[in-house]
Design a protein around this ligand. Structure first.
Ligand code: SF4
Length: 411
């Protein structure tokens, strides 16, 4: 049984919101800085102080952290002293386990080799590089601040520092992205030698520049069938190159899967700090205000109140839906034990709904000893684990999950 409400968090996400400009597809909680170098004087230092106060104010629940993730925003815009201050506060308050994974998102054009050395000296041991595309016309169209030359410089710095544990992020389905662009991006990504690659499909978030262009008919995103071909192409190229497709959007060589993100996908608890950050502690999920002022106001009142675990308790049904939605993102899928305790009837509802997609081979059901079960052998007792097929089931996961959610909400 997944008793995550009783488990203690061993992971912490820290949001560093600074970005030079807002990319046209982005709806993340960020603070736009422009192109000047940041210092800890003024508002940037104020944010670091606030995050440190939040960390120190969090109730210590008893276990050192095994993963810490600096996400953004663009954490590589924050001066080293700011990162050091936050990391020292985290270590002092929770303790960071010796073999912990400490990840940081970095963007081309915002760091050099000297900074990478400093990050390593702080103990940061995993880097996620936001390349997104290799073509300057696509980067410009997306409102990214970096260009191909910045990507090449980033690769050189990473190679000179002999960093092995790094990931390269790409986006598929960008406006005007051709099959040739995508093919070239995958090849160039592989040539750069990361041990982890993420391929995210573009999502048109409300109120973004892309969303507004789309509404005016001015956004030439590839049609869904071409995006699906991009997905199949990535799956084939990356798995043939020795990467394991372990999550819908993520590929890692053996030993390089992101440990922090797997906590989310397994619906396990984690701390979150900073504006817009979400935490999941004691069965309560909580999203902090997404603006700096909103965050500071919330922080001040939270520091002065008794209850140090904000948020609403996630209901049993929500917990089940989240465990399924997140767990099925993994190619390993889910076992009954990884779900909250559910009745035989609910298990049957899950299986019936999933099997209704059976003819299309979008799902796979496994029994004891990892035996792939044929449809006539699928029962609540025989099935130990179920997952989307890769890549076809993964491609249609939204459709399958919608049906599953509708069935469970009616149950
Ligand atoms: S760099 Fe990342 S977080 Fe910042 S605006 Fe662009 S997509 Fe959003």
């Amino acid at each position: 049984m997944n008793t995550n409400e009783y488990l203690m968090p061993t992971a912490a996400y820290i949001h560093i919101p600074f970005c030079r400009q807002r990319c046209f597809y982005c709806d993340f909680p960020i603070a736009v800085t422009g192109f000047q170098s940041l210092t800890l004087d003024g508002w940037v230092g104020e944010y670091v102080e606030a995050v440190c106060k939040e960390i120190a104010g969090q109730q210590y629940l008893g276990l050192p952290l095994s993963t810490v993730f600096f996400g953004g925003g663009t954490p590589s815009l924050l001066p080293i002293a700011g990162l050091e201050k936050i990391l020292t506060t985290v270590d002092k308050h929770f303790g960071i386990a010796t073999e912990a994974e400490i990840s940081m998102e970095i963007d081309p054009g915002t760091f050099d080799q000297v900074q990478l050395q400093a990050y390593k000296n702080l103990g940061i041991n995993r880097f996620s590089l936001g390349v997104q595309a290799f073509q300057d016309n696509l980067l410009t169209l997306c409102g990214r601040h970096h260009r191909r030359r910045d990507i090449d410089q980033a690769f050189t710095a990473i190679a000179k520092e002999d960093i092995k544990n790094w990931s390269l992020d790409l986006i598929t389905g960008l406006p005007e992205q051709t099959a040739e662009d995508w093919h070239n991006s995958l090849n160039l990504a592989l040539e750069a030698g990361p041990n982890h690659i993420s391929c995210y499909d573009l999502v048109l978030e409300p109120q973004t520049v892309f969303d507004k262009w789309e509404q005016r008919g001015k956004l030439a995103v590839p049609p869904p069938e071409r995006s699906a071909d991009f997905y199949r192409h990535a799956q084939k190229a990356l798995t043939q190159a020795g990467f394991h497709h372990y999550e819908i959007s993520n590929y890692g060589r053996p030993g390089y899967q992101c440990r922090h993100n797997q906590i989310y996908w397994r619906n396990l608890p984690y701390y979150g700090f900073g504006m817009g950050a979400t935490s999941y502690i004691d069965g309560k999920r909580f999203g902090r205000p997404r603006t700096r002022n909103g965050y500071y106001q919330w922080l001040n009142s939270w520091l002065n109140q008794g209850d140090k675990t904000p948020g609403e308790t996630v209901s049993i049904l929500e917990n089940l839906l989240e465990s399924l939605m997140l767990g099925l993102r993994l190619t390993a899928g889910v076992t009954w034990e990884q779900l909250p305790a559910i009745s035989e009837d609910t298990k049957q509802t899950i299986l019936n709904t999933l099997m209704s997609f059976g003819d299309r081979r979008w799902l796979e059901f496994y029994g004891r000893d990892n035996e792939l079960l044929s449809p006539e052998k699928i029962t609540t007792a025989s099935v130990q684990r179920f997952c989307f097929s890769d890549p076809e089931g993964m491609l249609y996961s939204n459709q399958i999950l919608s049906a599953l959610f509708a069935a469970l909400e009616e149950d």
